[in-house]
Design a protein around this ligand. Sequence first.
Ligand code: ZN
Length: 178
Amino acid sequence: MAIRKVALLGNPVLRKAAALVPERDLLGKAIQSLIQEMLETMAEYDGRGLAAPQVHESKQITVLTLDSETSEKSGILCLINPVVEPLTKETSGYWEGCLSIPGMRGLVFRPKKVLVRALNEKAERVEFVAEGFAATVVQHECDHLLGKLYIDRMQDFSLLSFEREYVKYHALAPKSVE
Ligand code: ZN
């Protein structure tokens, strides 16, 4: 196992739509070790989530940490070929960060409640509802699989900030996401 290098903003791998993982490949060694390496990389960088394109693999795989207060499924999850469906037009705003855009945060508004359908690392079908903070984490990670970054979802670039300035001027605003 190994900790992977994280692709940074500007790397074209972050801007490509990732390929679906064929179900027959999911339990194979290549995908299973990629998932393990993604989990190790997420832990090493203290990330809340990580998507395969961020480790230079254009595949629809994400690992993420969801809390039980805001998500029906919680803990460290692996979502493969996920589909995210907004369940409300209501939005919530969080200061998001991204391992591919180090040192920065931006305020992003996203649908407050989503239905998530995916396969897990055992090739089982999972389906759950995530709200608020967890809904944002899921949408941020799944956006990576579409070649989208949180900065693309920002409505107001005056709310893009370096970490230090975020702590100094904005940290009292809603909860942050990394
Ligand atoms: Zn990210």
